[in-house]
Ligand binder design. Structure first.
Ligand code: SF4
Ligand code: SF4
Length: 360
C-alpha cells in the first residue's frame, strides 16, 4: 500500500471556516477590545472600541430561502453602499458592516428602495427563525418558510420599529422533534394520531431495521401481517412524533386530519437578565392551512397585542406571563384554556420508561 493510501484524508470542508478571513478590518483590529454600543435608529447598531474606533451594523430582513439573483443583488449593495462586508444572522437577517458613518443613510435608502426592510434590532420583532423543511430534510409536516412569510408580512411594522416591551424572538419548526428552539413564541407542527401502516407497501421495501431504530420511544417492532413481513406500532407508547415516516413512507402520519400546528410561548435561550426558560403550550390543533395560515396569524397577533399592551418595559414574554400568572395571560390574550393544556404526564410511565433513551 502506498504511503498516500495509509494517510488519513484531511477534511477540507468540515466545520466552521476561520471567520477572520472574512471579517471587516475594523472588527478584526478591535476583536475583544469593544467598549460600548448603541442603537442610533432601528436596524442600526454602532459599536465603539476602547481606542475610539467605531463600526456600524445595518440589519435588514430577507426572505430566508433566496435565489441567486437576490443574493447577488444584496452583495452588490454591500459593495456599492457599504464596505463590501456582509453576514447573515441565525434569523436570516443580513447585516452590512460600515466604518464610515456617511455611508449608513445611503445604504438604508438603497435597501428600502429594493424592498428589504431595515430593522430587527433591540425591542422589535426580529425575523422568525425557521428551518429549511422540504428543501433539505426528510421529516417535515409543513412548510415552515410559508408560515414565516405570512407572519412577517403581518409583523412588518413591528420589525422596522422598536416598540415592543423587549425583544421578541419567534421560532417555527416543521416537525416536533428536532430543529425548533425555545422562543417567546414558537409555532411547531403537531401530529395528533399514530401513523397508519400501509402493510402492502412495507412488504415491498427493506427499511424495517431503520424505522425500528428511528422511533424514540421504541414503539415500532417487526411483525408478520397476512403472512408477509411488516411492522406494528404500539399506540400506547407512540408519542406521534413523525420520525418514522422518512425512513419508511408506508408509516403514514401526515394528513389533513392529523397534521396540525401548535403555538407555545415564554421560551428563552439566553441567560441575559433572567434564567433560560422552556416555552409552554398555548394553542393546539390549529389547522395547517396554507398559503396564509390565517388561524395561526390570528392567535400570534392576539398574543403579541396582549404583550405589547400590558408588559412592563424590559419584560420578556415569559417574564411577563410569570408575573401576571397564566390565567390572566389567557384572559388578556383572549384565548381559551382547554383540557389540552393539562399535562399530568399520565401515561409517561408507559411510553418514556420503555424508551431506549429514558428510564425512571
Ligand atoms: S424542524 Fe424537523 S422537519 Fe424541519 S428541518 Fe428540522 S428536522 Fe427537518
Ligand atoms: S410517530 Fe414517533 S413515536 Fe410514533 S411510532 Fe413513529 S417514530 Fe415512534
Amino acid at each position: 500500500m502506498s504511503e498516500a493510501a495509509t494517510q488519513p484524508r484531511m477534511p477540507d470542508e468540515v466545520g466552521v471556516p476561520d471567520p477572520f478571513q472574512y471579517m471587516h478590518p475594523v472588527m478584526k483590529k478591535n476583536y475583544g477590545n469593544w467598549d460600548w454600543h448603541e442603537r442610533p435608529r432601528p436596524g442600526v447598531l454602532r459599536h465603539v472600541s476602547k481606542d475610539g474606533e467605531s463600526i456600524y451594523t445595518v440589519r435588514a430582513g430577507t426572505q430566508r430561502q433566496m435565489d441567486l439573483y437576490t443574493i447577488r443583488k444584496l452583495c452588490d449593495i454591500g459593495d456599492q453602499f457599504a464596505d463590501g462586508h456582509v453576514r447573515f444572522t441565525t434569523r436570516s437577517n443580513i447585516e452590512f458592516l460600515v466604518a464610515d458613518p456617511a455611508k449608513v443613510d445611503p445604504l438604508i435608502e438603497k435597501l428600502q428602495a429594493e424592498g428589504f426592510p431595515v430593522g430587527g434590532t433591540g425591542n422589535s420583532i426580529s425575523m422568525i427563525s425557521h428551518t429549511q423543511g422540504w428543501l433539505h430534510c426528510d421529516i417535515p409536516g409543513t412548510d415552515a418558510s410559508g408560515v414565516v412569510k405570512s407572519l412577517m408580512d403581518q409583523m412588518y411594522d413591528d420589525f422596522i420599529k422598536e416598540e415592543m416591551p423587549n425583544r421578541v424572538r419567534i421560532t417555527t419548526s416543521c416537525c416536533q422533534i428536532n430543529c425548533g428552539g425555545q422562543g417567546d413564541i414558537a409555532i411547531n407542527v403537531q401530529y395528533t394520531k399514530p401513523p397508519r401502516i400501509n402493510h402492502d407497501l412495507v412488504a415491498n421495501v427493506c427499511e424495517r431495521p431503520a424505522v425500528v431504530a428511528r422511533c424514540p420511544v421504541a414503539a415500532i417492532r417487526p411483525a408478520m401481517v397476512n403472512g408477509k413481513p411488516s411492522l406494528e406500532v404500539d399506540e400506547k407508547k407512540c408519542i406521534c412524533c413523525g420520525a418514522c415516516y422518512p425512513p419508511c413512507p408506508p408509516m403514514q402520519i401526515n394528513g389533513d386530519d392529523s397534521t396540525k400546528l401548535a403555538i407555545w410561548v415564554g421560551g428563552k435561550h439566553s441567560n441575559a437578565r433572567s434564567k433560560p426558560t422552556f416555552h409552554k403550550l398555548v394553542m393546539a390543533n390549529l389547522p395547517n392551512n396554507p398559503p396564509r395560515w390565517p388561524e395561526v396569524s390570528e392567535v400570534v397577533g392576539k398574543i403579541l397585542k396582549a404583550y405589547k399592551d400590558n408588559a412592563r418595559d424590559w419584560e420578556r414574554m415569559g417574564e411577563w406571563i410569570e408575573r401576571i400568572g397564566w390565567p390572566r395571560f389567557f384572559e388578556l390574550a383572549d384565548l381559551p384554556f382547554t383540557k389540552h393544556h393539562l399535562d399530568t404526564w399520565t401515561g409517561a410511565r408507559h411510553n418514556m420508561n420503555m424508551s431506549a433513551h429514558v428510564h425512571f
